[in-house]
Design a protein around this ligand. Sequence first.
Ligand SMILES: C[S@@+](CC[C@H](N)C(=O)[O-])C[C@H]1O[C@@H](n2cnc3c(N)ncnc32)[C@H](O)[C@@H]1O
Length: 252
Amino acid sequence: MTALLYCASVTQNIYDDPAFFAGYSALRRSREGLAGALEWSALRPMLPELSGLRVLDLGCGFGWFCRWARSKGAASVVGVDVSENMLTQAIRRTTDEAIRYERSDLESFTPSTDAFDLVWSSLALHYLVDVAGLLARVHDALTPGGRLVASVEHPIYTAPTRPGWRTEEDGRRTWPIDNYATEGSRVTDWLAPGAIKQHRTVETWFNLLRGADFMLGDLREWTPTSEDVAAEPELAVERARPMFLLFSATRG
Ligand SMILES: C[S@@+](CC[C@H](N)C(=O)[O-])C[C@H]1O[C@@H](n2cnc3c(N)ncnc32)[C@H](O)[C@@H]1O
């Protein structure tokens, strides 16, 4: 494994590992953008009308959401990511001066106070050790009434020490969980050996939002719908356990 350390922080920045990045770039969500992201149709209804909004995208990756937000009338978008590889792709795909990308580690990133109407984060927050600190700063960066909409890997997905499907004697596939209540780092071999994510329970995610003075709006545990499975039968197994936790919250 050649995980690159960033600024001597706790951040692994595995998206700048060449093998990991090659694997991530080949995923459907990387090739097709929001339309290729399984959870997009469940997240989209959590968003406000974007016209005129100032938007912040935390862990923006290739910038798919930044460009979509502008296409829906957002006044400006700032995309933040720690990975040079991801930002290089985002910049390459963007020709819009109202979108600005910034390389920064979310463990310490401090947006300006009252500077945004919407903060979006797709599948990035479960990499962070100090989510409480970021949520407090995001709360202050939102205007009163502003919204946070985010997705993370679901705690049932992140909990196991060795995450993966097991095939039972009767052919059923199960997802064994051995360590739900023990929070903290999980080292997985997803795309490259040694990728580190942070496991938290559903209760902790809820309390983190409440502790940062957010009012919880929507909460969804994403599994494919029967329509999704009819269109893509290989998704049927994903109904055995939720893959993503999706939520929206408002600054009071
Ligand atoms: C699964 S990708 C999601 C990218 C994009 N949000 C999307 O949904 O297509 C996770 C992103 O979070 C970024 N990320 C992870 N940890 C980070 C950190 N500490 N600071 C900033 N970005 C981080 C990664 O570099 C990567 O681009």
